[in-house]
Design a protein around this ligand. Structure first.
Ligand code: FAD
Length: 516
């Protein structure tokens, strides 16, 4: 007999199988001697009351052996199968490639950046010297923006596809099985590169191809159909289907599409700053205690406020994290955040952004680059204000709200360094004002949040793509080019690792339908 039941226990006991079995036995009213084992299905931290608790949904095996699951997909050999070109090796491109293999198609991934190992050197140059390689950085290279990311694996887009299937693929390639049960699954920057490498090895072992330092500069189209791609070195590669999964930072790809008269559209996004607190302030507020202790993970928050008809919200919150310099060109500042698997840094950061509507940005309403140009202007302003070498403009929280330049800045995790400025110089007034109103309101929701110990670092501008590449809802193909599948975050169909991966799977299925 198999039963499912919810059990609750204090931190510290949540990993003790004897305790969990006793709790399950009591919950189903069956003696422990008849229980052969339990399997955790879902696990979350309940910090609503004074006492913080772990809440778990468990499967209990009574009078029968425990059933275990294996996560080893058997990929077909597709070496001689029909080929599909995938531009971009981010989560969308990699999952599209694995799904092509499942569909009996041969994926050929073309990636402008380097493999995960070689990419590290370029990240060190960014962090230590403030030097950006435009082809290899936090956004470009194997694994895309997802490799040196935080690796939070939750998404709101459960309706778009098989989230559990994506999580199992991560487990099959080395992620811990915890991601299958945790309410807020997380991998961590230190573990993602090995997992991405294992995925590449699966693709190669099945007969797919992955080419690095290979930038696509032209889409070859004839009579409304895709024929292949041309590379930066002039080489041409032919294919009847191309999945375009180039991410939100490949501005040259948007310009390439526009110059080839392939329709793209401006799209709203959100912009603001990254805010960092000492992690212990967030723990105190969320766990209602002076000291978190070893049995609870660093805490997170999720804050939203409506200010003058516009959402202001926290985004991509990284407990125990680091603020990352994510520019893809030398003359811009773009920040984001990551954390290692243990989340053991003393800081907690999150993007805190204002939703931007299309009418907020002036200019020619028919210009597809209107929102992207606005995004770039703000990133350039941030660069100028920081004074170069990726030094970011920053301000203490209360100083920002009260309109003072900070006399000094708190210790923080942004490696290229911060410069104290009035962020009014960087942010458009209508964004600055809404942030100023939202922060004290966040402080009323979360004790300790509104403090001058927190630093605001500009600018968090790449929250989602400022451009959409249209596609048909059923076929996933571009309305003007048969066989071209706009995919992932850059095309406007994903916002995060899981949704990008799901979109990759959906596009590969779209290719299989197109070929049949
Ligand atoms: P990308 O990951 O952007 O991949 C696009 C790829 O295309 C890149 O590798 C690029 O080099 C390549 N490319 C571009 N142009 C060309 C060309 N012309 N020719 C060949 N190749 C090209 N999301 C989460 O869900 N959880 C998180 O914790 C999280 N943390 C993040 C932390 C950081 C620091 C960053 C930067 C992002 C984070 N994100 C996170 C966002 C997440 O990484 C992205 O949503 C996701 O990677 C988008 O996937 P994608 O495949 O659509 O595009």
């Amino acid at each position: 007999m198999i039963k499912e039941v919810e059990i609750v226990c204090p931190p510290g006991q949540h990993e003790d199988e004897t305790v969990l079995t006793a709790l399950a036995s009591a919950a189903i009213n069956i003696p422990q001697t008849r229980i052969s084992g339990i399997k955790i299905l879902k696990r979350s931290i309940d910090a609503r009351g004074r006492k913080v608790l772990y809440r778990m949904q468990v499967r209990v095996f009574v009078d029968e052996p425990v059933q275990t699951e294996s996560y080893n997909p058997q990929y077909k050999n597709v070496k001689d199968a029909k080929r599909v070109i995938i531009i971009g090796a981010g989560p969308a491109g990699i999952f599209a490639a694995l799904q092509c293999i499942e569909q009996g198609l041969k994926p050929v991934i073309l990636e402008r950046g380097k493999d995960v190992k070689q990419r590290r050197r370029d990240l060190a140059n960014i962090n230590k010297q403030g030097l950006v390689n435009p082809e290899s950085n936090y956004c470009f290279g194997e694994g895309g923006a997802g490799t040196y990311s935080d690796g939070k694996l939750y998404t709101r887009s459960t309706k778009r596809g098989d989230v559990n299937g994506v999580l199992k693929t991560f487990v099959a390639h080395g992620a811990t099985e915890d991601i299958l049960v945790d309410a807020r699954p997380h991998i961590g920057t230190n573990k993602l590169p090995q997992i991405i490498t294992a995925m590449r090895e699966s693709i190669l072992a099945a007969g797919g191809e992955v080419l690095f330092d290979t930038k696509v500069t032209v889409l070859m189209v004839a009579f409304g159909k895709i024929k292949g791609v041309q590379l930066a070195n002039g080489e041409k590669l032919l294919a009847d289907a191309v999945i375009l999964a180039t991410g939100h930072s490949a501005h040259d790809v948007f310009r390439m599409l526009h110059s080839q008269d392939i329709l793209i559209e401006a799209k709203p996004f959100a912009l603001g700053v990254r805010i960092e607190h000492p992690q212990e302030i967030i723990d105190r507020a969320q766990y209602h205690c002076e000291y978190r202790g070893p049995d609870l993970p660093p805490s997170y928050y999720n804050l939203v406020e409506q200010v003058e008809d516009r959402g202001v919200f926290s985004f991509c919150m990284c407990p125990g994290g680091i603020i990352a310099p994510c520019a893809t060109a030398q003359d811009e500042i773009v920040v984001n955040g990551w954390s290692p698997s243990k989340r053991n840094n003393p800081f907690a950061n999150s993007g805190t952004v204002v939703q931007i509507n299309m009418e907020d940005v002036k200019g020619d309403m028919s210009d597809p680059f209107r929102m992207l140009n606005f995004q770039q202007q703000v990133e350039h302003m941030a660069f100028k204000a920081g004074g170069g070498n990726l030094v970011a403009p920053a301000q203490r929280m209360i100083d920002f709200v009260e309109g003072r330049v900070s006399a000094d800045l708190p210790e923080n995790s942004y490696l290229p360094g911060c410069k104290s400025v009035d962020l009014k110089e960087v942010l458009p007034e209508w964004i600055h004002n809404r942030l100023r109103k939202a922060l004290p309101a966040f402080g009323r929701k979360m004790k300790g949040y509104y403090t001058n110990e927190a630093i605001l670092v500009g600018v968090e501008s790449r929250t989602s793509s400022p451009i959409k590449v249209p596609r048909d809802r059923q076929t996933f193909q571009h309305p003007q080019v048969a066989g071209l599948f706009p995919c992932g975050e850059g095309a406007g169909y994903a916002g995060g690792i899981i949704s990008a991966a799901i979109d990759g799977v959906n596009c590969a299925d779209g290719v299989a339908r197109y070929f049949n």
